[in-house]
Write a protein that binds this ligand. Structure first.
Ligand SMILES: Nc1ncnc2c1ncn2[C@@H]1O[C@H](COP(=O)(O)OP(=O)(O)OP(=O)(O)O)[C@@H](O)[C@H]1O
Length: 322
């Protein structure tokens, strides 16, 4: 595990059992068996995992909303399982479904929440920044999904927290709102806030995260900066940062043995449709096109893209649906 200069959240060997469950003859079910992470001040730390991986359970234990079965958690120097209102006042939480009272109107609601904190953020600035004035007369119940998300973010920020938990912050946002929310998150991070982002949207993690933990089946399976994870399982070569996925279509059943270095396998994924992933060099591309020229093959299509966090995630946590 890494060691950021100023940790805001440390989770070490978290275990969480739920139950007893009637479906398990009254036995307990272990939903988190070994999760550890460190989130630093002035950083966005992402927790990535497929549905049911244990992200929400982990984060709710970190916020003190669920009681852990084992392991240790330190949030801003305190144990969230036993700490009181003082700790909660330093922590902002943006939930996926907003958790906002349906009959409230946005601005009185934010004013009410601000009143519960010692040093709240200026309300007008936040309202204007998140474009809340445009729907300030509408009840929470009637807000669109994206408007609710923006209001939930404002509610999480109004208390001026040192740590911010975000659960799928871009869910339901249109491209303009998404951009605006991402810019705000980056600014808050640069201002020193410790931000913990839970998501299964790889794009969000790739754009926002300084450090990523991938969890699967209730335990850590990989971690690193986005750049480090993009090189996951790639051989140690000087071209490790040239990891690309190449797709092309040509005649079915071609044998490419020996055309590219041994560690870059060209697979026929469908009849006549080929894919190669690896640290490709310009020389490799030249060798492949020379081979095509030599065999008078003109591919029907050809594309190449950088390896994405999504590719790495699927490699690590498998392709089966959960
Ligand atoms: N009280 C409970 N009773 C039974 N199963 C539970 C309970 N709480 C959590 N689980 C199970 O534990 C696993 C982890 O749940 P969790 O909500 O933490 O996953 P997640 O990673 O947040 O998933 P998602 O991305 O779908 O929100 C899931 O399989 C869930 O069904």
């Amino acid at each position: 595990m890494r060691s950021p200069k100023s940790p805001v959240l440390t989770i070490d060997g978290l275990i969480k059992d739920v139950g007893p469950l009637p479906t398990l003859d009254g036995k307990m079910l272990r939903v988190v068996s070994d999760v550890s992470l460190i989130a630093g001040r002035g950083e966005v730390t992402a927790l990535l995992g497929a549905n049911g991986a244990g992200k929400t359970t982990t984060i709710e234990c970190a916020q003190g909303l669920q009681k852990r079965t084992g392991g240790t958690i330190t949030l801003l120097g305190a144990d969230p399982g036993t700490a009181g209102a003082d700790l909660r006042a330093r922590v902002g939480v943006m939930l996926q479904d907003g958790g906002l009272p349906p009959s409230a109107r946005p601005i009185p609601l934010l004013r009410h929440i601000a009143g519960m904190y010692r040093n709240p953020r200026p309300l007008d600035e936040l309202v204007q920044r998140l474009g809340i004035d445009s729907f300030s007369r509408t009840n929470v119940r009637r807000l669109s999904g994206g408007q609710k998300q923006r209001l939930a973010l404002a509610a999480a920020l109004i208390g001026n927290p040192e740590v911010l938990f975000l659960d799928e912050p871009s869910a339901g946002l249109d491209p303009q709102s998404r951009q605006l929310v991402f810019e705000l998150i980056a600014e808050l991070r640069d201002g020193g806030m410790g931000i913990i982002l839970t998501t299964h949207l790889m794009d969000d993690a790739q754009r926002l995260a300084d450090y990523v933990y991938i969890i699967d089946g209730g335990r850590n399976v990989a971690e690193g900066t986005v750049a480090q994870l993009l090189q996951h399982n790639m051989p140690e070569t000087p071209h490790r940062d040239h990891v690309r996925t190449l797709h092309f279509e040509a005649l079915p059943g071609l044998d490419f043995t020996g055309v590219l270095p041994a560690e870059i396998e060209i697979r026929e994924t469908r009849s006549g449709s080929y894919t190669a992933t690896g640290a490709l060099t310009p020389e490799d591309l030249a060798a492949l096109t020379a081979w095509w020229a030599h065999h008078s093959i003109m591919p029907g299509s050809l594309s190449m893209e950088a390896r994405s966090l999504e590719d790495v995630f699927l490699d690590i946590s498998g392709r089966e649906i959960r």
